[in-house]
Design a protein around this ligand. Structure first.
Ligand code: WT7
Length: 639
């Protein structure tokens, strides 16, 4: 089987893109015709970006797991759906064929059902990168429950916030997770979170690390025991629950410019069609190939390009439990050779951190099976791009630089491997169905090529965010009100003389640290929770490996004792409140912050100082106390 909707030439790309914009309904109904539906749609698209209200394939009925599992059984039941590489390379890898994965998802769907989970219920999943995580996600989808996966690096407090926001009554977790040399006690973090979430009725715990856990009677059950019950009942199949095209499939929390993460909601049909379409086209997937996306399923990249996109396309998806640098910095390359990986999809931060180890770890690794390599999550600098091209792709693999967001569900701007041209540091051209435009501060469209502006999208693609959970107004103000009638991405971009896009980074108060999205306001709130802190301001600064580092300016009530110890306490506070991923890299104690007369912090100045600029700080005349800038600039931290 190959894919009737796979584009294989530049001319075809141009024609398909044109048609997708001129006739989106015709275009997407043709693509959607290749999926399994219980009932076809009445209307392909109705929308406005004012409310916003977007409905794709209205009236259609389906279950995404029938498309990701059942429909492949006949033709590729014995083909690996998931290849799993454990944290420890000495341990045995696991293979789940489509038949086995289907079986496990049905079993666990029974477990969910037996424990009271029903269509529309919210289920929080907090697990390490093991096949059971994919099983849990798909089983939720099969029973029609809305999953909310939380990355294992988030703290108990962050989990509690998310559980409360989604009012999730069910939690699926593990005793612990292995990541590199560390064991992460997941269940114990969940226990701390649940202290403030008495509405949680059931926790299902999978055994991975066999670390001691406290199992609370009436609330906590073991995954394995629950599976035994289904086995005793003879493992009946689990008929997938029929969903409406627009029924929510999942919630995924992400950071914005306010202190509170928002629950991005994706719906069933549009997300299914778009992730599959982009998977097949961006990577030019060929049946039988092994696709290795190194992201965690706790992020959108893992949802779309480990689970739903690849499985929808009947692909073999490789899942890796560990980290790129353990037991050594050759781990990715070993995995590529061991599992004969054809497509490698990773983040620029991973590439930069591996670059720092030199070429040693690449020696003796053949990498001959690689055909396509890709990046996602942040702008890739030219140096890293060329290193990836030369030493990983060995100059024979196209690099796809894929720009997209949690809110877009799938890749929006990217070259298609070997089909459309690539250009270092450029995401290049929009996917069919995507019409990007640049606007200036006043909201006027910037036309022509060789220009820059704020990146917006003109009309809906099938996997556009539908709402922010429990607060539709927030969705409207965040994405659809800055430039009325347009979706605003929060990114700045250039469009070069050929019309290729280069994404330059966020223009709002959102940081991108090692490909993780973190709001400055969230970090400030966390810092301000530390007992001695009066006020703080957080900005990003260029970081060789992380892309951006977190720089915090902190005013203390009184600073007694060792500054260095206080810095550590503040960092630990942030770690407890948000998670280790949000720990500031640099903390500078200051006596004042540059504020305008109306009390607004001038972040532009703080950003410049953090970047090392001490001379041209721009206009400081509107500051309440311009003197504060000199003091801050003198005390700048640079290590
Ligand atoms: C932000 C979205 C999409 C999955 C991972 C991140 C930045 C993403 C690129 C790229 C330049 C990129 C943007 C975007 N970003 N991909 N190829 N080139 N920047 O998802 O956490 O929702 O973050 O990541 O700034 O807005 P996310």
């Amino acid at each position: 089987m190959s894919y009737p909707y796979q584009i294989t030439s530049l001319e075809a790309y141009r024609a398909e893109w044109r048609r997708s914009i001129d006739d989106p309904e015709g275009f997407w109904s043709d693509v959607a015709g290749h999926f399994t539906w219980r009932r076809r749609w009445d209307k392909v698209l109705s929308w406005n970006f004012t409310d916003p209200d977007v409905r794709w394939f209205e009236g259609a009925r389906l279950n995404i797991t029938e498309n990701c599992l059942d429909r492949h059984l006949e033709e590729r039941g014995d083909q690996p759906a998931i290849l799993w590489e454990p944290n420890d390379p000495q341990d045995a890898p696991r293979v789940l064929t489509y038949r086995q994965l289907h079986f496990k998802v049905c079993q666990f769907a029974h477990v969910l059902h037996n424990n009271g989970v029903r269509k529309g219920d919210r289920v929080c999943i907090y697990m390490g990168m093991i096949p059971e995580l994919a099983v849990a996600v798909l089983a939720c989808a099969r029973v029609g429950a809305i999953h909310s996966v939380i990355f294992g690096g988030f703290s108990a407090q962050s989990i509690a916030d998310r559980l409360q926001d989604a009012h999730a009554e069910y939690v699926i977790t593990c005793d612990g997770a292995f990541r590199g040399a560390k064991d992460i006690p997941l269940k114990s973090v969940i226990d701390d979170a649940l202290v403030s979430c008495p509405f949680v009725k059931r926790t299902i715990v999978f055994t991975r690390t066999r670390t001691p856990v406290s199992m609370i009677k009436g609330r906590d059950v073991w995954w394995e025991d629950e599976i035994h019950k289904v086995e005793s009942a003879g493992n009946p199949p689990f008929p997938a629950v029929e969903m409406d095209a627009e029924d929510p499939l999942f919630i995924l929390y992400t950071s914005g410019s306010t202190g509170k993460p928002k629950g991005v909601v994706h719906s069933s049909a549009g997300y299914m069609v778009y992730t599959n379409y982009t998977f097949v086209n961006v990577f030019q997937y060929r049946p039988g190939e092994v696709h290795f996306c190194t992201a965690d399923i706790g992020w959108i990249t893992g949802h779309s390009y480990i689970v739903y996109g690849p499985l929808g396309a009947g692909a073999t998806s490789l899942m890796f439990e560990g980290v790129p640098t353990w037991p050594d910095a050759g781990r990715f390359w070993d995995i590529v050779d061991k599992h004969r990986v054809n497509i490698l999809y990773t983040a620029p931060t991973a590439i930069r951190s591996l670059m720092a180890y030199g070429l040693g770890p690449l020696q003796g690794r053949s990498l001959e099976t690689l055909r396509v390599i890709g990046t996602v999550g942040e702008p890739i600098n030219e140096e890293a791009w060329h290193w990836y091209d030369e030493h990983v792709g060995r100059r024979r693999c196209p690099i796809v630089d894929t720009w997209w967001q949690t809110e877009t569900g799938g890749v929006m701007i990217s070259n298609m491997a070997g089909v459309t041209p690539s250009k270092p540091s450029h995401a290049t051209l929009p996917m069919p169905g995507v019409e990007p435009l640049l606007v200036d501060e006043a909201g006027r469209e910037v036309v022509g090529n060789g220009v820059s502006g704020n990146l917006c999208i003109r009309s809906p693609w099938p996997s556009v965010i539908r709402t922010t959970y429990g607060d539709h107004e927030r969705c409207r103000t965040n994405y659809f009100s800055t430039y009325p009638g347009l979706y605003f991405t929060g990114d700045g971009a250039l469009r070069d003389e050929n019309g290729y896009y280069r994404i330059t980074g966020r223009v709002d108060d959102v940081l991108n640290v090692s490909g993780h999205r973190i709001g400055t306001a969230e970090v400030e709130n966390a810092i301000n929770m530390h007992a001695g802190v009066v006020e703080s301001a957080v900005v990003g600064y260029p970081h060789d490996i992380k892309g951006q580092g977190i720089y915090a300016y902190v005013i203390m009530g009184e600073l007694h004792g060792d500054e260095e110890l206080t810095r550590r306490d503040i960092a630990l506070t942030v770690s407890r409140v948000i998670g280790p991923i949000a720990k500031p890299d640099r903390i500078q104690f200051v006596t004042g912050l540059p504020k305008t007369r109306s009390g607004k912090i001038m972040r532009r100045i703080l950003r410049k100082i953090a970047e090392g600029e001490t001379q041209n700080l721009g206009d400081t005349t509107t500051l309440l106390d311009p003197g504060v800038v000199q003091d801050i600039s003198k005390g700048r931290i640079n290590r």
